[in-house]
Design a protein around this ligand. Structure first.
Ligand code: PFF
Length: 444
């Protein structure tokens, strides 16, 4: 990425990467499918105890090497440089993610269009039909919306991440936040649904937790903070000096959790208020619940809906950009490719994979691998295999391979000695072990 971010630019870029459809789409869906509160609690514990710890490890690799993931590992490894550089290739996981992620942003585009043209359904059943119809039968809309997002995302990356993102995020984040607060107030006025949603999200019931749901919570914590696929390493390579990155990281994590919880409260209030089952709607949960809400509000709802979906599109785009940059940065550094050529190559892969995702959910072409659609396969491999692997490798590398002295110098201005010791201990022992146990437990 070359030059450095401005201080606020770095925070905005990382927050822009973290906040996205993970909060608005994955979080409520997974909470619904995994029984609510106990899953939320697990997610919070894993975010602070594992993801936060690994986040700082990835940040250290980026900041100390000022390189892309592959060259970053290579530069910092005292020995076995070639072997360690392989760990950087977990960044390819982000290319898998951006392929299906851009399609989901495409669905949001379609819903913005539905809102703007007053085409939302009044009942949950109708909304559910509308969503299934988009996925099963409407190739053209998905193709157009996906292609549009694809072009925008690659256009912004081609202009250089720093300029593009900084301007976008300054507006996008506050708008999304204000809209969420407005919607939360409206949710509050539906006392029954709201109190059921509160209970569903915050009164833990551990009977619903299984090995697979623990892995889901871990994968969500990684996904939500953009970990394990090179994004944080790459953005931290441009972290300006003398930035208190501990406070920045904590703020980003807090905002990220807050937005997820607000989304969850809003979505579930209306799911309960309209008498639906939180577990049934699947990936369409937010589209189904929120559109019904917007439709019930009439003209105000349509305006609110269109603005809300627009800000989600922006949130998604800033995340998608951060998935492409690591691989682009690597190609530019290693093969001296021009940014344009690197992006043409990556674009080709993403465009093909994305279109395969569309085809894989259509009822006429539906193709499955081991019973999963191609869309779900990409989601599964990236989220449950590559991200945890990338996280463990970063933890082991920073905890056992890199020189401790360099870390102490990096952290000293912003972290007390005790805090450093606790972090270092978690990094070496707790985080990798937790990830390994969770993954093995889910697969056994
Ligand atoms: N953190 C993003 C979200 O929650 O929507 C998704 C994401 C961004 C995942 C960047 C991975 C990544 F590298």
């Amino acid at each position: 990425m070359g030059s450095k971010f401005s201080k606020i630019g770095f925070v905005l870029a990382v927050a822009g990467s973290a906040v996205g459809l993970g909060n608005a789409w994955k979080f409520p869906t997974l909470v619904g499918q995994n029984g609510g509160s106990a899953f939320v609690l697990l997610y919070l514990v894993l975010t602070l105890g594992v993801a936060f710890v690994i986040f700082l490890a990835e940040l250290s690799i980026g900041k100390l090497s000022e390189k892309d993931p592959v060259n970053g590992y290579k530069t910092l490894a005292p020995t076995n440089k070639k072997t360690w550089s392989m760990a950087g290739f977990t960044m390819l996981g982000a290319i898998l993610i951006v392929s299906f992620y851009s399609l989901v942003i495409g669905w949001v585009v379609k819903y913005m269009y539905f809102s703007a043209t007053g085409n939302l359904s009044q009942t949950l059943e109708e909304s559910e039909k509308q969503f299934t119809n988009l996925l099963l039968n409407d190739f053209l809309s998905q193709f157009i919306c996906f292609s549009l997002i694809f072009l925008i995302v690659f256009y912004v990356v081609s202009k250089g991440v720093k300029n593009g993102i900084e301007r976008l995020n300054v507006w996008m984040m506050p708008t999304l936040f204000i809209l969420l607060i407005l919607m939360l107030f409206y949710a509050l006025s539906h006392t029954n649904g709201f109190s059921e949603a509160l209970q569903f999200l915050f009164v833990p019931d551990f009977s619903k937790i299984s090995g697979t749901s623990i892995l889901e919570a871990l994968a969500l914590a990684f996904f939500s903070l953009s970990l394990g696929v090179g994004t944080i390493i790459t953005y931290s390579a441009s972290l300006p000096d003398k930035t208190n990155f501990i406070t920045s990281t904590l703020n980003i994590i807090l905002i990220n959790i807050l937005i997820g919880l607000m989304m969850g409260l809003i979505v579930f209030t209306f799911i309960f208020e309209f008498g639906a089952n939180p577990n049934q709607a699947g990936p369409g949960l937010i589209f189904i619940s929120l559109t019904t809400l917007f439709a019930k509000l009439g003209i105000v709802g349509y305006i609110l809906g269109a603005t809300f979906f627009l800000s989600l599109i922006f949130a998604g785009i800033t995340s998608a950009i951060s998935m492409i940059e690591p691989f682009a940065f690597y190609l530019i550094n290693t093969f001296k490719m021009s940014r344009k050529n690197a992006l043409i190559l990556i674009g080709l892969i993403v465009y093909i994979l994305g279109n395969l995702c569309i085809l894989s959910t259509l009822s006429i072409t539906e193709f499955k691998i081991l019973g999963m659609s191609f869309f779900d396969v990409l989601d599964y491999i990236s989220g449950k295999i590559i991200m945890p692997l990338g996280g463990i490798l970063a933890a082991i590398f920073v905890g056992f391979v890199m020189k401790k002295k360099a870390l102490e110098i990096l952290f000293e201005p912003y972290m007390s000695g005790v805090f450093f010791k606790v972090w270092y201990f978690f990094l070496r022992f707790i985080a990798p072990l937790a990830v390994i146990i969770i993954v093995i437990n889910a697969f056994k």
